[in-house]
Write a protein that binds this ligand. Structure first.
Ligand SMILES: C[S@@+](CC[C@H](N)C(=O)[O-])C[C@H]1O[C@@H](n2cnc3c(N)ncnc32)[C@H](O)[C@@H]1O
Length: 393
């Protein structure tokens, strides 16, 4: 295929359709030949990382609402690293956008208020070289004194007792390690392991799996529905950890930049940093609140019980807090904001107007599919994402 010819079907089945809709001025994404050629031109020396066919995404946790299917669109509208060297990801989440930005040669500054995301930032965004070894995994099995927190509070409802005992011991060992990339790589490994045992990677599913599994009543479990979870919990722990360590290591790439991860409220983060382009992917009202869905995981990571502290962005009037975010980002020239239309009570034109107060705006529409397990067919059918780009006037 002619490399410079616009393609309507991206490699890997990733489709996009740009259509006009009354009241919502939307544009076509810039078409610059195939994604492969486009990325090759943009990467400027980090081609080796890209030629691994985005395998660095294997390292990421299966984060709800992650934007790995949207990264191509995001970096088509973003200026290249040669023109905008520092890229800020204000709501890091599962890390897909930051890891992609890193591979494209930007210096990445990422931030999220949640520890679950900060772990990804430290392990895969800040860290350019350190990887997990077999010895690191073996160390997780050394018996140490621990408080049995997971066993006491989350077993068997969230985690089976056998795994809870292992995790209590492993978290105690990792928490005692000195600060450094190795510690966060191991935390990411444990997070990925926990995700793998949760049905459909969710922490909120009613308990049709864990209790019968704990009691070895496997015939009570809907085999087809929970096939992946049955396989995951039956796998010997060392074997599973070695597989996940390989996946985590694939996410450790060196872009020769000093990338940094922050765990701050987004407004504080923006005031603290200097960047050339910032990406906003906040939670929106009417979509699943991260603090509810990941409440059990967040408590496991902090090693204590606490009530869910729902982010103000997930509240009914969440949009009004976004204006504070934009005010805090006034010194960053280029803004890219994501908004989906599925499930949420999101008002695209309200967001466009907010961005337009500070920037010249363009809006792009992208159709894409969420992980089938977390989206109904109806939800999939109307699933669209918008990118609102703000450039200096
Ligand atoms: C939609 S997710 C980001 C998804 C991400 N782009 C990805 O690809 O995985 C929104 C994130 O915002 C974080 N968040 C919520 N309130 C925040 C705040 N006040 N400051 C910083 N981050 C916040 C949540 O913890 C969540 O991880």
């Amino acid at each position: 295929m002619d490399a410079m010819r616009p393609s309507h079907k991206e490699p890997g089945g990733w489709r996009r359709r740009c259509a006009r809709e009354p009241g919502v001025p939307v544009r076509r994404l810039p078409c610059k030949g195939t994604w492969g050629n486009y990325i090759k031109n943009k990467t400027e020396g980090v081609g080796r990382a890209m030629s691994s066919n985005l395998r660095f995404f294997d390292a990421l946790p299966a984060y709800y609402g992650d934007k790995r299917k949207l990264v191509k669109a995001i970096f088509k509208v973003a200026p290249p690293a040669s023109q905008a060297p520092t890229f800020a990801d204000a709501f890091l989440g599962g890390g897909a956008v930051s890891v992609m930005a890193k591979a494209l040669g930007y210096r990445v500054l990422c931030n999220d208020i949640a520890q679950r995301s900060y772990i990804v930032g430290k392990a895969l965004v800040e860290n350019n070289r350190v990887k997990l070894t077999d010895e690191d995994i073996n160390r997780l099995f050394l018996e140490t004194e621990n408080d049995g927190f997971i066993r006491a509070n989350f077993s068997p409802t969230v985690i089976l007792s056998k795994h809870a005992d292992f995790l209590d011991n492993a978290f105690a060992l990792v928490r005692a390690m000195e600060e450094g990339h190795k510690k966060y790589l191991l935390l990411l490994l444990l997070v990925k392991y926990i995700f793998s045992m949760r049905e459909y990677k969710k922490f909120s599913t009613p308990n049709a799996f864990n209790i019968p599994m704990e009691e070895r009543r496997i015939e009570w479990i809907k085999n087809r529905t929970y096939h992946a979870s049955i396989k995951a919990v039956l796998k010997p722990i060392p074997e599973a950890l070695r597989e996940f360590a390989g996946a985590v290591n694939r996410g450790v790439i060196d872009n020769a930049q000093e990338n940094r991860a922050f765990k701050l409220d987004v407004r504080e983060f923006l005031q603290e940093i200097q960047a050339d382009v910032v990406y906003f992917d906040p939670p929106y009202a009417g979509t699943m609140a991260y603090e509810d869905n990941y409440h059990a995981l967040d408590q496991i990571l902090e090693g204590r019980m606490f009530p869910a502290r729902k982010s103000e962005f997930s509240r009914k009037d969440g949009m009004k807090f976004l204006d504070e975010v934009f005010q805090a980002a006034r010194h960053i020239p280029i803004w890219i904001a994501s908004m989906g239309n599925a499930g949420g009570a999101n008002d695209l034109s309200e967001l466009q107007e907010m961005v337009a107060r500070y920037r010249r705006t363009e809006t792009y529409r992208i159709k894409y599919r969420h992980i089938p397990a977390v989206a109904t067919e109806e939800h999939q059918a109307k699933n669209e994402e918008f990118l609102i780009v703000g450039r200096p006037r």
